[in-house]
Design a protein around this ligand. Sequence first.
Ligand code: PEP
Ligand code: MG
Length: 623
Amino acid sequence: MKSVKKSENGAGADSDEPGASTSLTGIGVSPGLAIGLALLFRSPASNAPSENLARVPASANNANSANTQIERERLHTAIEAAIGALRELAGQVAHEIGTAEAGIFEAQALMLEDPTITERADQLIEETSITAEAALHEAAEEQAALLAALPDPLWQGRAADVRDAAERVQAYLHPESRRGATLAERLAAVTEPVVVVADNLTPSDTVQMRTEQVAAIILEHGNATAHAAILARAMGIPAVMGLGPALFELVQEHETLVVNGTDGSVLVHPDAEQRTQAEHAIKQQRSERQAVRANITEWHLRLGQTRDRHPVPLLANVGTVADALTAAEMGAEGIGLLRTEFLFSDRATLPDEQEQAALYEAIITAFSEPARGTWRPIIIRTLDAGADKPLPALASVLRDLPPEENPALGVRGIRLQLLASDLLTTQLRAILRAVARTHAHVRIMLPMVSSVEEVREARALLLAARTALEQEGVALNTTTALGMMVETPAATMAIDTLVREVSFLSIGTNDLTQYVMAADRLSPALTRLCQPIQPPVLRAIAATVAGAHRAGRHAGVCGEMAGDPRLAPLLVGLGVDELSMTPASIPAVKQALAAHTLTELRALAEHALRATTLNEVERLLAL
Ligand code: PEP
Ligand code: MG
């Protein structure tokens, strides 16, 4: 947290006075002003002790045989209660979020209805006189272990579902140790938009939020390129991150908060005057947003280009069907990055091939339908899970790996996909199926590439998937281009060899910055070091673009830098051919590019490449 201070302009000037307003400063990661009551949420990882309470050791043996009937009844009552709650939750989620998300809870209810676990737990109670908790734990573990040992990763993934469903029942057996409700469960119960105050949020927590429920987000951890920040921007929810560990001491449940996601300030417990000021500013923001919307219409039909008409296609980064619709509305010239991991982030298991194909088809249709007939590329990135994007559905795959000391340098992105290549094959087949059905201009992009072998292995899997589908009678008329993200220093240094292996490149400046600067993109303490305009990062971008051009290939950028109207012109000056960004940024970036000629931007880039410090680059860009 950068600073905490008691307000000096109001009744609460005295720092010892109860009820004084307090102002906090963090990193503004999603612009906008909002006011709302605090909803405190600690992510499950930080809740471990209460989760453990729900697990009773299998050796517990405190029920004598006379009580076995009582234990069985306790078990059955808890299972029924858990099924009822899951069904209710599924209904709510289907109504407020979507049927795909509701499916997670429905599947868990079905699992509990299946007699396999109940019958085994009954048997254990009967034969060994253990408690309902212990019997349930043992029966569920046996079932999960069976599933985890199956060769098919999809079945392995069901092991996590079994454990999760059993934990829900444990909560009903032990109401006093009931695990904290999920964020989605808590948000489903709110009647007014709240400010979510959390230590950290996973992409899955964030993607399930709705603007009717969430006015703003403030977090202890996080930074501008954290995935929660990327999603908050895409959804237009103001957010401040990196507020530090004192956040939970300073903010109480239901406390009024004024959040400014533009300058990173948070006002806790505003006095009457501060409140009125904030409400006035929010009204003004609303009318400004309406003006921006009018502006979107004006800019919608124009293409991305410099003042002297050098074309720079502006594409969209999307993670949901809603994003794809917004992308079309904002006049995106294509989808430059579909983060497929966001599509599955709230799933207990990965969808099978057909279901995945339907999801890709839904995204393609949502984006393409409003401009039917026009040629617009759609780049689908294969699963980029691991590190800061944990995917519950992959728990069973990861369980067999040793714990990682440095997840950002661990088995993530393409590394994970090649390790569990069935997952990649399923995804490639699903993408090809969606292409066959829609005839869309889809390209496939690999994340986190650091060696030629990774690309070759993935290409071999793509060819095999294609051949197999054709043999099954799926008509694939066009080839699907394979490209890669440039996100590692290794990829920038081996660009001349890597570029010959692929059809296109997209520079992921979020990760590239983190790895070039060796600075965790999530660490608020390293914010200045982890800037994409640090001179070494600019040189890595320039080297990548030059390598791509030498081989006659295009190089795009799809990191957050591309959507910043202050930085996008510099990228064009560095020779970047296309920019992909959060859909809402497209109109502002179009305007920023249209203000300069290509010659001006090249001169700007030349100066920036000669800069030796971040300060110099900032001065050059008038930041
Ligand atoms: C990047 O690293 O710049 C990128 C676009 O990928 P992600 O943010 O999903 O890691
Ligand atoms: Mg990345």
